[in-house]
Write a protein that binds this ligand. Structure first.
Ligand SMILES: O=P(O)(O)O[C@H]1O[C@H](CO)[C@@H](O)[C@H]1O
Length: 274
């Protein structure tokens, strides 16, 4: 689509190396870009047609650099449907990544834990999703240059990539759980009755992002891994009230562990290619 090539042209003018790996950093997880060598930040406002990030904990920059020896780009701040963006704009960064030649995408998010074996601070590899936002970014005319009209969704992530990551984390004695992520539109948190319903339908985690990005990544064939930080137990599971300030606080609390898991995830890419 013309829009994505325009976005690409603006970004490319500033780059010396094309990224191989892209990351979308969830609420409170933007600190990861501090680990990048030779960082180059581009404000979303500089990119034509790119939406702007409005949520606290999402600073609104594309940061390029080197991480674990690989050229990377990270979104410090993602787009959520509840901010008022069109659903196709929520997923537009994925197509920019595709245009830039990105082969691997690591999506991260903050989520509420529905599965009672999870605790705040846990990191969960998302292995499946439920679209309870009932919106699809592929609605409308399909651009066949990116992918098919009816993309397969039977395996949303790259399980070979996850396998390597799990074996690395086992050796490093870092715990990684697995689960199904359920998307709600937000921005209000869920009610206890909604969480009971989502639990019945097989959800382990709940959040207000990720699913449109996953659908777009499957559409255009980028290898995907999704890591969720459980920042709180979902509504009604504990007595506490939910606040975004607490979500960001917990995401910050697990900074060393989360950084280590992402380092291993990027290192794992090298191993899957051997
Ligand atoms: O999914 P991310 O962007 O990490 O953020 C999560 O945290 C916010 C709510 O606290 C919502 O935006 C929810 O989706």
């Amino acid at each position: 689509m013309r829009l994505y090539t325009e976005m690409k042209e603006t970004v490319v003018r500033r780059l010396t190396t094309f990224p191989k790996v892209a990351m979308i950093l969830g609420s409170g997880l933007g600190y990861l870009t501090e680990q990048f060598e030779e960082p180059l930040a581009i404000d979303y406002r500089e990119i034509p047609g790119f939406p702007t990030a409005t949520v606290e904990g999402h600073s609104g920059r594309l940061v390029f650099g080197t991480f674990q020896g690989l050229p990377v780009v990270a979104m410090e701040g993602r787009f959520h449907f509840y901010e008022g963006h069109r659903i196709e704009d929520v997923s537009s960064p994925i197509y920019l990544f595709k245009e830039l030649g990105v082969s691997n995408l690591l999506i991260t998010n903050a989520s509420g834990g529905i599965n009672r074996s999870f605790s705040p601070g846990d990191i969960v590899a998302v292995t499946d999703i439920i679209n309870f936002g009932f919106r699809n970014p592929l609605r409308g005319e399909n651009d066949r240059r990116y992918g098919p009209r009816f993309p397969d969704m039977s395996e949303i992530i790259d399980f070979a990539w996850l396998k390597v990551l799990k074996s690395r984390l086992e050796k490093a004695k870092i715990d990684l759980k697995e689960g199904t992520y359920c998307w709600t539109l937000g921005p209000s948190y869920e009610t206890p009755a909604e969480i009971r319903a989502f639990e019945f339908f097989g959800a382990d985690l709940v959040g207000m992002s990720t699913v449109p990005e996953v659908i777009a990544a499957r559409h255009c064939g980028i290898k995907l891994l999704v890591l969720s930080c459980v920042t709180n137990m979902a509504s009604g599971i504990l007595k506490e009230k939910l606040t975004h300030a607490d979500v960001v606080k917990t995401a910050n609390r697990i900074r060393p562990k989360f950084t280590a898991v992402v380092q291993h995830a990027v290192e794992s890419i090298k191993e899957t290619e051997q």
